[in-house]
Design a protein around this ligand. Structure first.
Ligand code: PLP
Length: 235
């Protein structure tokens, strides 16, 4: 498996063009939207190509895979996010590896992460993951009230910094349903901003290859792209 720089650069250019068009549609500035490159299941050569094209923000969904691919890049100017579920027994490695964990959905996980970040004398950004899809196969908070209560408690953990919310949209071709899910998360995000002005929440992570334009129209400022940048992960 490999991808050359020329192909990648073309893919990146067309993704950015689509981002700009969606931003324009929504009356937003495309500069305000960050693009995170998802490299899960892909070999390190793909990371090299994306870096050569100028990308610095990357995401992985499994801690051990991220460790084997990114450990040597920790202080190379890359910003690495965990976008998949974090098990508590991987919190120690996570604390040493990621700039941000986007998938916090339990107080206990946050507490474990906080403890290891404290040992390392570092602060870590986190996002709270909400399940907007109403599919019970996925992780994330399912009740808004629960998310708010947990957020309140996490804000008291000294080594974590809550930056915003993340969701994975519903797996469907029904654009209206996808839009409703993203609009709901945006509303929750605004609610949290109003409620906790002191937190300076600034990150709304939603949108993947199949739905990033809808996400941008609904207010996403961080989108997570794999397939449109690197091609299909399935051969
Ligand atoms: C795999 C993954 C992505 C990227 O998916 P694509 O459809 O390939 O763009 C984004 N977010 C999460 C949480 C993922 O697991």
């Amino acid at each position: 498996m490999n991808i050359n720089l020329e192909v990648f650069t073309d893919n990146l250019r067309s993704a950015r063009k689509r981002m700009a068009e969606a931003a324009r549609q929504a009356g937003r500035d495309a500069e305000d939207i960050r693009l995170l490159a998802v490299t899960k299941t892909l070999p390190s050569s793909y990371i090299d190509v994306a870096r050569a094209a100028g990308l610095t923000l990357f995401g992985e969904n499994r801690v051990q895979e991220a460790q084997s691919k990114y450990q040597s890049l920790v202080s190379s100017g890359i910003e690495l996010h965990l976008i998949g579920h974090l098990q508590r027994n991987k919190a120690k490695i996570a604390a040493s590896l990621f700039h941000c964990v986007q998938s916090i959905d339990k107080l206990q996980t946050a507490e474990a992460l906080n403890r290891y970040c404290s040992e390392l004398g570092r602060k870590m950004d986190i996002l709270l993951e909400f399940n907007t899809s109403e599919e019970d196969t996925k992780f994330g908070f399912v009740e808004e009230k629960r998310l708010e209560e947990t957020c309140e408690k996490i804000t008291k953990l000294d080594h974590l910094c809550v930056r915003g919310l993340m969701t994975i949209g519903p797996f469907t071709t029904d654009r209206d349903r996808i839009r409703r899910a993203f609009a709901r998360l945006q509303k929750m995000y605004q609610g949290l901003q109003d409620r906790y002005p002191e937190l300076s929440l600034d990150t709304l992570s939603m949108g993947m290859s199949s739905d990033f334009e809808v996400a941008i129209e609904e207010g996403a400022n961080l989108i997570r792209l794999g397939t449109v940048l690197f091609g299909s992960r399935h051969g």
